[in-house]
Design a protein around this ligand. Structure first.
Ligand code: FES
Length: 146
């Protein structure tokens, strides 16, 4: 095996392990976790870093999507989304969202929109999205979307 073939094999292994992790996260029963009381979300509130199922994640206010998507939780006239910060290319942690809510991975330059959908590779798979619900006047993380 030459160097080029070895690099290709390593890259494929990294992608495979990332996909396996996302699948495992989606299939594992998780314990619901309270993230933030709705009354604490004021006009200045932007985002909340949290750990969910041993994964660094971020909850943020997002633009109300034009179409209904499980990636966004609508609460009255606002929308919220939470995603894993584990980049789906090779597992690096994405930076904190930019002011437009998009996510960027410094390792190889992948970019994701505020819902975690890929806008620029090399990543091809969206960031894992966390299923959100309103319970007891708070936003809860209740699992990973499959
Ligand atoms: S790990 Fe390669 S772009 Fe994120």
């Amino acid at each position: 095996m030459n160097r080029r073939e070895a690099n290709k094999t390593l890259a494929l292994a990294a992608i495979g392990s990332s996909l396996a992790l996302e699948t495992a996260l989606a299939q594992t029963a998780v314990k619901a976790q309270k993230l933030i009381d709705l009354e604490k979300i004021d006009a200045k509130w932007k985002s909340l870093e949290f750990t969910f199922e041993n994964t660094a994640c971020i909850l943020q206010r997002v633009a109300v999507p034009k179409e209904k998507t499980p990636r966004a939780l609508l609460v009255e006239k606002e929308a919220f989304a939470a995603v894993s910060r584990r980049c789906t290319h090779a597992g690096c942690q994405t930076e904190l969202p930019k002011t437009d809510g998009s996510h960027y991975c410094d390792c190889h330059g992948s970019q994701f929109d505020e819902l975690g959908l890929v806008t620029a590779g090399p990543a091809r798979t969206p960031l894992a999205a966390i299923k959100l619900e309103v319970r007891e006047k708070a936003i809860w993380a209740v699992g990973f979307l499959s």
